[in-house]
Each structure stands twice: as C-alpha cells, then as structure tokens.
Write a protein that binds this ligand. Structure first.
Ligand SMILES: *Cc1c(COP(=O)(O)O)cnc(C)c1O
Length: 439
C-alpha cells in the first residue's frame, strides 16, 4: 500500500483527492488483481491501472473546464459563469451564520423569500417575486397553485419541448392540470383563448418557444390582448419567458428579445424565468408578478420542496445588484463576453496563432440557453488544421485544463468569445500540448 501511496506519479492524486480516496482505489484494484486468472501482475502494471482509475475519478468529479464552443450559455457546461461579486457573497454568507430566515429588526423568524424580493421588484417592476430552484420549478409551482385539477389554456404553437426533457404538456400533466389546446400549430389569436374559457379555467399560459422558431404564415396572440382577456375574465396569465432577459439585448447587437419588464408591463400576472440564463446568475427560477398571485404561491406547501439555499440567494442577490447600471453589469461574465469586440478577440487570437497548424478565423458565437434563437454573434477564434478534428478535440478534452472546442464543417475551432481572457495562457499551453506529435 505504502509503495503505491508514495509513488511519485500517484502522490499528486493523494494530495488532491485525499489519501483515503487513493487507498480505497488501491484496495479495489488489489481485490480485482487477486481474482485475475492471468496471474499476479507486476507493480508497474498495477500502478498504471491505478493511475488510469484515479484519472477517471478525477474527471468524473465536478471540474472546471474551458468553454471554447462559442455558446455563451451552454447548459451542458454549466450555463452562466458567476460574477466575482456573486462568489464573494457565497463565501461571506457560506462561511458564517446569516439571517436567511431571521428578521434582524424583530429578532424572530423571517422569510427566506424576502431576501431578494426588493432587488427583484426594483429590477423588474413586479409587485412581488419568489425564488425557487429553477424555472421549471417556478412553472410547476404556479401551475400547481392555480390549476391543480383545473384547466390551463395553451396555444398549439407553444406546446414545445425546451430540451432536457422539459415539455410543456408534460409539466402541466405532472401538476394535475388539464391542458386545453387552442389555435393551430402556426396561428393562434386571443379570440381562440377567449372561446376556450370555461368556469373551470385556472390559467392562461404563454411559453417562450426557446430554441424553436417558426417562420412564414405564423401568429401568436398579442401579449397585451391576452393580458386584457386575463383581467376581464379573472383568469391569471402566466408567461414562461425561460431565458428571462432583463435588459434590451439590442444594446449588445443581438436581435430583439422580449424582456421580463415588458411582459409585466403588458399585463402578465406572473412571469417565470431562469436566473442562470440571460440574467447571468446561479441556477434558480424566478417568478415575479402581482402581489396577490405571488402570495398564493408563497402559501403553497410545495414551495418547501422547491426552495433555494442561502448560497444561491447570496449569489443571486449579488448578481442582481450588478444590474444597477451598464458599468456594473459588465462584471457579470455573460455581459462582458457579449461586449468583447471582434478586434479584441482577434488580438487575443494572435497568441494562439503562434502555434503551428493554427490560424485566426472569423467565427459565429451564440447566446444559447434557449434565448434569441439562431442569432449569430460575430466572433473570432482559431481554426486547427489537424489530420483528425475528433482526435484533437479528444486530446483537448483530456488536457489540463480540459478544453471543449467546436467542430464546424469538419474543422476544429476554438471560439474566443467564451474563453475568459485570463484563461488564454493556460489554453494556449493546452493547445500546444494537444498538437504535439504523439510519441
Ligand atoms: C430554459 C427554459 C425553461 C427551464 O428553465 P430551467 O431554469 O432550466 O428550469 C423553462 N421554460 C423555458 C421557456 C425555457 O427557455
């Protein structure tokens, strides 16, 4: 055992993952070797098997990586990286006790949900807001609160699957609501909703189609008309915005994307959106809207199962404070990445292009996260002329740091818009190592 633990190649794993983890891997390996019918392997063979196992364990844990795909909000890669201020807040709140459910002024129990309420009201203009685990949970909570055993009216053009198994009709079914489809796949009017209203209608639901887009002879009911119908009929309108833009993305050269503020101003009673998409915060779901409606959700027992922890609240609060003005907003990595100019990215690419077999290219980045679908963002990066793009991509993923690149028309690309500038040096080294002739 000690010979393994003290081996110069094994020792770094013990330092990183802990001696007990390595010991348990050694024991497992020795146990397997005992049953090996081919006889007793050499120490070197055993050590190599151990190293393989330890390396596998290392990358199977949660590890940071470099996103060179050019997709800013990549769900598989953790969506929005957090602002430094958000992490500082996590450290500050996480390493001490906090008032997460304590009212300091009164000296008694307080509400966890009040913590970010003021910031969300200020940012969105909503009367009240709740924070839960994610946007899916926000929609589930709203539907469960208002529509269990009752009817929810949805346009046929919005019965979409957003990805990751989030299908609007399934979510409704899970919360015991009856789905009432109106309109057609391509066209739905407010009149379609009106005709479907019954005494048992609990909600009108609008859903952002996210990554899906229809073109041509298409129309959805104007949100303001739906909101007016909601007010007239006394049936609340819930809008699932998903990506939840809280700023006008046209300021960043992106196409128009309906904002949370606009949805609320149009008269939606409740608006649900993610905190880790266009907001650039931690994973959470926000539901903002009319005081009376939010109050009903607040008293739903299901809220207890969907609640967020203090670290999420700390990170979210700090992120929301950065919305103060465009200057402070720049501290949110998502907005810093959006703002980077193509000449800046090309200048950074120079460092990469000193490696033989690479050259600077114009690329197209994407916001991702089910927002502003298909809108390309002019970007720059390096193309890699390797015999096999797949093989090189594999070597980049296996490197330190792991780099996830994109293949485009059989070519491997590193898009620098999603590579943080402070990562450049390490990524250049990793790329150099990945392109070295294999011995
Ligand atoms: C992304 C998205 C969701 C799911 O959001 P999560 O925060 O991942 O749960 C729901 N609805 C829409 C329209 C979305 O785009």
């Amino acid at each position: 055992m000690n010979r393994f633990l003290n081996d110069p190649q094994v020792a770094p794993y013990a330092a990183h993952a802990g001696r007990e983890t390595v010991k348990s891997a050694v024991n497992e390996m020795l146990e397997a070797a005992r049953h090996d019918v081919r006889g007793v392997p050499s120490f070197d063979a055993l050590r190599d098997a151990l190293l393989l196992q330890l390396e596998l364990q290392r990358t199977q844990g949660l590890v940071p990586l470099v996103n060179a795909t050019g997709i800013l909000l990549h769900t598989n890669l953790g969506r929005a990286p957090l602002a430094a201020a958000a992490l500082d807040a996590v450290r500050e709140i996480g390493t001490a006790y906090s008032n997460v459910e304590y009212d300091l002024a009164q000296g008694r129990r307080g509400s966890r949900y009040d913590r970010t309420g003021m910031l969300l009201r200020a940012l969105t203009g909503a009367q009240d807001a709740l924070v839960v685990n994610n946007c899916a949970a926000a929609v589930l909570l709203a539907v469960d609160t208002f529509a269990r055993g009752r009817e929810v009216i949805v346009s046929r053009g919005e019965l979409v699957e957003i990805g990751g198994g989030f299908r609007v009709p399934d979510v409704l079914r899970r919360s015991g609501a009856h789905l009432v489809e109106v309109g057609t796949t391509n066209r739905t009017s407010a009149e379609d909703y009106r005709r479907a209203l019954t005494a048992n209608t609990a909600l009108l639901l609008r859903t952002h189609a996210s990554n899906f887009r229809q073109e041509g002879f298409v129309a959805q009911a104007p949100p303001a008309e739906l909101a007016a119908l909601a007010v007239k009929s006394g049936v609340p309108l819930l809008e699932d915005l998903g990506s939840g833009a809280c700023v006008d993305l046209r300021e960043y050269g992106l196409p128009y994307e309906r904002t949370v503020q606009e949805a609320l101003a149009d008269g939606a009673g409740l608006v649900a959106f993610s905190a880790d998409k266009l907001l650039g915060g931690p994973q959470a779901g926000i539901i903002a809207g009319r005081r009376t409606l939010v109050a009903r959700m607040r008293s739903n027992a299901l809220l207890r199962a969907l609640r967020v922890d203090k670290l999420t609240l700390a990170a979210l609060g700090a992120t929301l404070r950065l919305y103060e003005n465009p200057e402070t907003r720049r501290a949110i990595p998502f907005y810093a990445m959006l703002e980077a100019s193509v000449p800046e990215l090309r200048a950074r690419a120079q460092r990469y292009a000193s490696i033989p077999g690479t050259r600077i290219v114009d690329t197209q980045a994407y916001a991702g996260g089910g927002s502003v679908p298909q809108a390309a963002i002019a970007s720059a990066g390096v193309a890699i002329e390797a015999a096999s793009a797949d093989e090189t991509a594999g070597r980049l993923r296996a490197g330190t740091p792991a780099v996830v690149a994109r293949t485009h028309e059989g070519r491997l690309l590193l898009d620098l818009r999603t590579v943080l500038p402070e990562q450049d040096e390490a990524v250049v080294a990793a790329l150099r190592a990945a392109l070295e002739p294999q011995g």
